[in-house]
Design a protein around this ligand. Structure first.
Ligand code: UDX
Ligand code: UDX
Ligand code: ADP
Length: 470
């Protein structure tokens, strides 16, 4: 019979583990949830008395306020967390490898392996171990081998795959009412029983028909496939946006018309300056690596093209800025509005802004950047990493972080909208226009602003996916 889960430990208090397990605690008051992390300052932030949490996510603070100290705890005592739990989520980071075999493509599984070995080393009773981090196919198998080879007498480990589909910025909403919860297990009696234990946890708030149970490998592959297909939609629409710009068609009209086909559907068809985020590129590169390892080069090339189209879209956009500003931006001031990879998050991983600013820097422009959420230290870190040949002092001579959109646009030649923050729509564009050099240009990389309204004020407006002659 399935174990009734009483205590959950989550290893990794990041973007995935933190919100996911906070919501589990809120929805399951009878389960004690402890989130552990090696990073002391991250844990301190989760525990901070004034709720200055380490990640910004609408609704998250409210969830933590309700559950923290009751049945939700944050700690750096990883071993204690492991020992006490019946069920352990492994939710550590799996970045793309920077060196060694598969560098630039394969996921770095070092953190997953270390966490798994820790579980084997300190557990004194049986555990259900759940891989939550997005991992390449067959990782569960490796985890199982490590756990079984190191288990003590009487300890059983059952491995489940339970990928997380939440999107940043809507994490709490996605967790409260997920499209689906996917649980993969071995199709043995023990595997199916462990699967039932976890399904019962979600059963506290997720309707039964949304909890899908499948084999371990299907579960692992479904996560990569879901992200690859979402990213592919964006690359497809962005490829079409290039045709629109060259012909005078309008990508919004095209996307709307295409999305009306119920077989295609209307969502996730918004042309942009390029997708970012910690998942899309990483997971596709992972799929590319997997395909190559399986001797499927045509499949690898197909998915690789989705990432290449995204790189092209970013390059194409910064080139359009330079071309429009009379083929040179040397010494000109460009205001970049938005640094996060999308609105409603402070996360900058793989953000298109990073590539744009790097391109503007190499054209010797001055850049003013403003983002309502991103920490300044994060911006400096990202820009340094993007231009390894430059010192931070050199970068700071060219780039200024501004306290508001209005400040960023002061004395600029052009405004580039890189993140779709709502407030960029509501700024006083008349006042911005008054403070800029003329002719004043706006480049909307997010189909955010009303181009006609801005043209009436006097701006020269360039919109992604719209031909110049419109
Ligand atoms: C994504 C998946 O949506 C989520 O299910 C998975 O668990 C993790 O990866 P996330 O990266 O948080 O989530 O954000 P998402 O909303 O998917 O956006 C990713 C990028 O695509 C952003 O840069 C966004 O601006 C861009 N995007 C999205 C577009 O350019 N156009 C669209 O139509 C949608
Ligand atoms: C298609 C479009 O559906 C239609 O809107 C357009 O006007 C003309 O082209 P059609 O070619 O008649 O219509 O057939 P469709 O049902 O779209 O199938 C096309 C091919 O895709 C078929 O060979 C079908 O077997 C295949 N297919 C379709 C799949 O392999 N998998 C699917 O999930 C759907
Ligand atoms: P994700 O976006 O996948 O949630 P993050 O980088 O935001 O990734 O979070 C992963 C967290 O996992 C980090 O805070 C990191 O300190 C933590 N972590 C990594 N390895 C271990 C480990 N062995 N034990 C505990 N925590 C770990």
């Amino acid at each position: 019979t399935p174990v009734a889960v009483r205590k959950i430990c989550c290893i990794g208090a990041g973007y995935v583990g933190g919100p996911t397990c906070a919501v589990i605690a809120l929805k399951c008051p009878h389960i004690q949830v402890t989130i552990v992390d090696l990073n002391q300052s991250r844990v301190d932030a989760w525990n901070s008395p004034d709720f200055k949490l380490p990640i910004y996510e609408p609704g998250l603070e409210d969830v933590v306020r309700q559950a923290r100290g009751k049945n939700l705890f944050f700690s750096t005592d990883v071993d204690k967390g492991i020992r006490e739990a019946d069920l352990i989520f492994v939710s550590v980071n799996t970045p793309t490898k920077k060196s060694g075999v598969g560098a630039g493509f394969a996921a770095d599984l070092n953190y997953v392996e270390l966490a798994t070995r820790r579980i084997a080393a300190v557990a004194t009773s049986s555990k259900i171990v759940v891989e939550k981090s997005t991992v390449p196919c067959r990782t569960a198998e490796s985890m199982r081998t490590i756990l079984e080879a190191n288990s003590k007498n009487g300890c059983r480990f059952d491995i489940l795959s339970n990928p997380e589909f939440l999107a940043e910025g809507t994490a709490i909403k996605d967790l409260f009412s997920p499209d689906r919860v996917l649980i993969g297990s071995l199709q043995t009696p023990e595997g199916i029983s462990a699967c039932k234990s976890l399904a019962d946890v979600y059963g506290n708030w997720v309707p039964q028909d949304r909890v899908l149970t499948v084999g371990l490998w299907s579960s692992e592959l479904s996560k990569l496939a879901a992200n690859a297909m979402l990213a592919q939609r964006i690359s497809s629409i962005n490829a079409l946006s290039a045709i629109c710009e060259a012909t005078g068609a309008n990508i919004d009209e095209v996307a709307f018309a295409v999305g009306k086909d119920s077989r295609v559907g209307p969502k996730f068809l918004k042309a942009s300056v390029g997708f970012g985020g910690s998942c899309f590129q990483k997971d596709i590169l992972n799929l590319v690596y997997l395909s190559e390892s399986l001797h499927l080069p045509e499949v690898a090339a197909y998915w690789r093209q989705v990432v290449e189209m995204n790189e092209y879209q970013k390059r194409r956009f910064s080139k359009r800025v330079v071309d429009t500003l009379f083929n040179t931006i040397t010494g000109k001031r460009i205001a970049v509005l938005g640094f996060a990879f999308k609105a409603d998050t402070g996360d900058t991983r793989e953000s298109a802004s990073i590539s744009l600013i790097r391109d503007f820097q190499s054209e010797k422009a001055y850049v003013n950047v403003y983002d309502p959420q991103v920490e300044h230290s994060q911006i400096w870190m990202d820009l340094s990493e993007a231009s390894p040949s430059m010192s931070l002092d050199q970068i700071k001579k060219q780039v200024t972080i501004c306290p508001s959109a209005m400040d960023a646009c002061k004395n600029a030649e052009a405004v580039v909208i890189a993140t779709e923050w709502k407030e960029f729509n509501n700024v006083d564009w008349e006042a911005i226009y008054a403070g800029m050099n003329k002719p004043a240009f706006v480049f909307d990389g997010r189909l955010l602003v009303d181009a006609e309204k801005l043209r009436k004020i006097g701006f020269q407006v360039t919109t992604i996916g719209r031909g110049e002659r419109l």
